[in-house]
Design a binder for this molecule. Sequence first.
Ligand SMILES: Cc1cc2nc3c(=O)[nH]c(=O)nc-3n(C[C@H](O)[C@H](O)[C@H](O)COP(=O)(O)OP(=O)(O)OC[C@H]3O[C@@H](n4cnc5c(N)ncnc54)[C@H](O)[C@@H]3O)c2cc1C
Length: 424
Amino acid sequence: MAARVAPPDAACMHTRAPRIGIVGAGVAGLQLALFLRQHGVETTIFTDRTPVQLLGSRLPSTVCRFAPTRDRERALGAEHWDDPALATNGVHFSITGAPLQFSGAFARAASFVDMRLYQATLLEDAANAGVRVVNGALHLSDVLVRAKQHDLLVIATGRGRLSDLFPRVEDRSPYAEPQRRLFAGLFNGIAHASQQTLSFAISPGHGEIFTAPFFTLTGLVSGILVEAIPGGDLEPLTHTRYADDPAGFETALIDALRVHAPMVFERIDRSAFALTGPLDLLQGAITPVVRAGFVEIKPGVFAQAIGDAHVLNDPIMGQGANAASFAARTLGEAILSGGPFDAQFCTHVEQRIWAYTRSVTEWSNASLQQPPPHVLHVFEAASNNSAIADAVVDSFGYPQRAWSVFGSPDGASAFVRSFESAAA
Ligand SMILES: Cc1cc2nc3c(=O)[nH]c(=O)nc-3n(C[C@H](O)[C@H](O)[C@H](O)COP(=O)(O)OP(=O)(O)OC[C@H]3O[C@@H](n4cnc5c(N)ncnc54)[C@H](O)[C@@H]3O)c2cc1C
């Protein structure tokens, strides 16, 4: 899109450098803050938790960051976990009870790092870089005041309440309730798969189980995410209270892995298998929703949403933090190209972000349903051809590419055919 030319009065208003306020120190807020500071923009971040409080909080997620996100982190000087020994190099995919399985490699490694550690570290980086850090949750009643103090207020509060400022976009939000119940936890006592791969097991009718090497405060452990279909065998794990009977819970999880993810079960050492700490698990559910990307709080005063506050998906395809990183970079670049930070600016940013997050959303939402025949066709092709397997696995880092394959029978056929013609 062509560069925008500000009208004369607005240009005057923005002859000084802009002041940007960011609410929320997650992936989106922190990457945006670091990017803006790197380019000399006066930036304030409002955080509900200090680094120490973040480190002492409950496991929020089991995020896998793919190569493009890691590239953006490196450019920000914020890739602290580059050691190949911590990397995840590929995916082993299986459908439990079916003869279908394959392993593929990422062209460039992905990484699972505990978001408590990640956020605490990047928040310190931001403070060291000169971002003004204001501690304390921002309330709805503070938003207008803070928006007026800045040229643009960015809401990057994830699943926090402030996202209610942005109306739900009905035609992009097909679900009114969660399609999965979630359990995630960090465990000792699982041997890492060869090549340090992510195991992705689909158990038809019951859900999905993801297991990967995961770097947390105590070192490299295993992260498990169970995406349970309501009413299926896995659902009790998502609401049974671990604290009531830790040993009973761990036995139930092992039993579930034996039936629904046998290749992970085989790697368990029962004598060492245990949750890494009482706060290292989460249980819950997410209703996917796309919200408006900005709101005019009062005439001429705007707030822009990025990350989960804008586009929230079930984590089944592992895309939310990667999309938040993309959104932060997109908004950062737009801010550098100049204001005024008005409805036209916010619309332009929202459209650029949606051009990417649309694939994330449609792919994630489709994956919450039974895989259709064309998706199974790609999986079968991958199980017979390692080049296809690698391409399928690598596409996780590039959701637009993935959705061009999985989104339609034509896309799937063209993808598989492209390998046949390459081999001919
Ligand atoms: C189990 C699970 C597994 C996942 N796996 C993956 C994965 O593999 N890959 C992937 O890309 N994504 C994954 N995700 C999604 C990912 O966690 C989110 O998409 C991502 O964290 C969104 O980043 P964000 O910056 O928008 O929000 P968040 O990371 O949620 O950060 C928002 C921050 O703002 C703070 N905040 C909230 N309200 C306020 C307030 N009023 N004032 C100040 N601060 C506030 C919050 O406490 C939080 O620290 C997973 C999520 C879950 C739950």
